[in-house]
Design a protein around this ligand. Structure first.
Ligand SMILES: Nc1nc2c(c(=O)[nH]1)N[C@H]1C(S)=C(S)[C@@H](COP(=O)(O)OP(=O)(O)OC[C@H]3O[C@@H](n4cnc5c(N)ncnc54)[C@H](O)[C@@H]3O)O[C@H]1N2
Ligand code: MOO
Length: 415
């Protein structure tokens, strides 16, 4: 049986980025640029004013000299008439500097009388002038391949007039539930039945990765139903199945996959929850068979599927931030398996302290809601006393945010 680390490597070394596509600028947000993007023009496109004021010839601006106002250049216009010696052009922020002018004097540093203006202090050449191309030169790479598109990239791409952005494709992830006990959301379960929550949990996690979930339904516990839906699922970029993957006599997922030509890379991992996980490939299409217990489903998604989807989308940061931390209380486990303990981590100075979020049985879902990290209790030990140092996979970023929003929503910084 593979260790968790071996299983994760066995998966990730087989995952390759999907193809690329060009999408409208706003659809590129959060996605990864697949080719270097160059500026088609200089930014700014001309020498222009950084202030509302007067465009002047600096050398003509002796203190107490009145200059004739010869032009008016609001933003959005451009003037070809040169500022004559002894003249000044009224200019607004962003408007191109007229010929002859080499400096701008802000309004508040000037004094005006009918048709004339005087500068209150000496004017250096080049004052408040933005030089053509000083931000970006035409042909310069403004967004390199591999960059995640965030608002600053959007600002730059829009400034460059780039309406279609080359990005890695989002995988379509088929989600297949299995089991006769499942009823759909909206139906009250009868005796022996449960709601198919895994399909929704997996879909939510797929969405948060930036990929596209496709719920393809529930396979009943018979070979024909499994075959039909797995065939359907294999048309997607990724297939994720839930349940039917352990030792039960109605666990049909693995044998149906094999029958349909899907090659298994591994089954079973030395981890808890999640030991019956299987991973297989259909050509290059990854197939993840996750165990059915909802906590095991979520943890194996988090540890195996999420990094794979991110890698397929060209992301370079595919793993959660891992820090070393200390258990506040003793934890017991079975020797031989790596245990993922649901914990709440708090930072005290430069130390991370982890407290169990409650009952750790795989059947207890509640404690997954209350945790912000998974603590990895190593394979070799059976007892981890308080104070044991462990790896912590931080599964939400609340540790990085310090300001709390007020209940009315005020108080939180948007950035
Ligand atoms: N003899 C053995 N029995 C079990 C083993 C084992 O190694 N030998 N492993 C146990 C472990 S660990 C897990 S985890 C489960 C995983 O089993 P399966 O993946 O085959 O899943 P099922 O048995 O079909 O279901 C397990 C559990 O999850 C519930 N479930 C299933 N689908 C959904 C869904 N879509 N939404 C919500 N809940 C779901 C299901 O009702 C069961 O309670 O096997 C142990 N047994
Ligand atoms: O390992 Mo199972 O995945 O405990 O719940």
């Amino acid at each position: 049986m593979l260790t968790y680390a071996q299983a994760r490597s066995a998966i990730l070394e087989r995952i390759v980025p999907l193809g690329t596509e060009k999408v409208p600028l706003l659809e590129a947000v959060g996605r990864v640029v697949s080719a270097d993007i160059e500026a088609p023009w200089d930014l700014p496109g001309s020498n222009n004013s950084a202030m509302d004021g007067f465009a002047v010839r600096a050398a003509e601006c002796a203190p107490d000299r009145w200059l004739k106002i010869t032009d008016y250049i609001p933003a959005g216009t451009a003037s070809d008439s040169a500022v004559p010696p002894g003249g000044a052009a009224r200019i607004m922020t962003g408007a191109p500097l007229p010929p002859g002018a080499d400096s701008v004097v802000p309004l508040e540093e000037t004094e005006e009388r009918s048709g004339e203006v005087r500068m209150q202090k000496p004017v250096p050449a080049g004052n408040h002038v933005r030089i053509r191309g000083e931000d970006v030169a035409r042909g310069e790479t403004v967004v390199p391949a591999g960059t995640v598109v965030l608002p600053p990239q959007v600002s730059m791409l829009a400034s460059c007039g780039i309406a279609l952005v080359p990005v890695y494709r989002k995988p379509r992830v088929a989600i297949l539930s299995t089991g006769d006990e499942l009823v759909e959301l909206g139906t009250t379960p009868g005796r022996g039945e449960i709601v198919n929550s895994n399909a929704y949990a997996i879909a939510a996690a797929v969405k948060l990765c930036g990929a596209e979930p496709v719920l393809i339904g529930t396979a009943r516990d018979d070979a024909q139903s499994h075959r039909a839906l797995i065939r359907e699922g294999l048309k997607a970029d990724v297939l994720v199945t839930s349940a039917g993957v352990s030792a039960g006599d109605r666990d049909l997922v693995r044998e149906t996959l094999a029958e349909l030509g899907v090659s298994e890379v591994f089954w079973k991992v030395l981890m808890k929850p999640g030991s019956p996980t299987a991973f297989a490939l259909y050509g290059t299409t990854p197939v993840f068979s996750l165990p059915g217990n909802p906590v095991a489903t979520m943890i194996t998604f988090e540890e195996f599927v999420a990094p794979s989807l991110l890698k397929m989308m060209g992301q370079r940061r595919i793993l959660r931030r891992t820090v070393r931390g200390v258990l506040r209380e003793e934890a017991r486990k079975k020797e031989g398996n790596l245990h993922f303990l649901r914990v709440r981590v708090e930072q005290e100075g430069d130390r991370y302290l982890a407290t169990s979020s409650g009952d750790q049985k795989t059947g207890i879902l509640k404690t997954l809601l209350g945790c912000n990290a998974l603590a990895l209790l190593p394979e070799g030990s059976s007892r981890c006393p308080a104070g044991t140092e462990v790896d912590l996979h931080l599964i939400d970023d609340s540790l990085l945010r310090v300001e709390e929003a007020e209940p009315d929503g005020t108080g939180a910084s948007p950035l």
